[in-house]
Design a protein around this ligand. Sequence first.
Ligand code: DGL
Length: 279
Amino acid sequence: MNFMEKSNPIGIFDSGIGGLTVVKQIANFLPNENLIYFGDTARVPYGTKSNSTVIEYAIQDTKFLLEKNVKMIIVACNTVSSVAIEHLRKEFKIPIIGMIDPGSEAALRATKNKRIGVIGTNATINNKAYSSRLKELDENLLIFEKACPLFVPLAEEGWLDHNATRLVAEEYLRELTESKIDTLILGCTHYPILSETIRNVAGKVKLIDSGIAAAKLVEQYLEGRGLKNTSHQLGYHEYYVSDIPQKFKDIAERFLGNKIDNVHKVDLEKLMNYSVKSE
Ligand code: DGL
C-alpha cells in the first residue's frame, strides 16, 4: 500500500455523524482533496464506553480506512483522540491527526481572560485530555470542564434547534457561564452540529470548533510534505456507516447543506473481525 500519493483520499472517522463537522471544514479549506468518511453509527456513542473498548473500535475503524488506501487519517472524534490516539500512532505508520492539539491551541489563541471551558463526552472529560494539553501550553490557564453526554443523541437524532436541546444546554452550561469563561471548547465533534443552540445559551463566549483548527493543521501538514492534492477538480467524498445509511444521509445533508448520494453500509461483523493485533 502506498500512503504517499497526492491523489489518495484522506480518511476520516468518528463514532457517528459528529465527524461531519470536520468534513465540512476540510471541504472548505481543501476542496480538491478526496475524502473517505466512516461513521460507526451502529456503535455510537463511544463516549460512554471504557477506554479499552474505544481503543478496540478505533483500531478497527482505522483498519477499515487503510483498506481504502488513504494517505492520512483524521480522528474526527474527541473521545478517540483523548483515549486512543497514542495507541493508533504506535500501531499504524500512517500519519494520524486528532482533535485535542488543534482545539487546545485555538482556545489558547482565543482567550483573553485565560478562563476556558471545555465540554465533551464523559470519556473525554474524565481522561482530562484537553485540560492536560491546555496546562502544558500555559500553566496559568483556568479550565472548567463539563461532560455533556446528552448532546450526542440529540445531534444524532437531528434535534438541532429543538426546545429539548435548549433545555439540556441550559442545564449543562450554567456552571460554565457562571465561571466567567470567555472561551468554550466544543470538545466533541457532534457539538458544532448544535452550535446555534449552544451559542444562544452560552452567550458572549467564543466557541472553539476543533474541526476548524484541525482542518488548518491538515492543510499545513499536507503542504509541508508535498502531499496536497494538486488536482483542479473538486474532490470526491464517500461515506461509510455501520448502520442505517438513510438516516445518516438525511442528517448529513441537512448539516452539510448539500446532497450526498454515496453512503454505503459497512458490515459490522466484518468490522469486528479486523484483528486487534499489529499488522
Ligand atoms: N463524536 C464523539 C466525540 O467527539 C462523540 C460521540 C460519542 O460519544 O461517540 O467525542
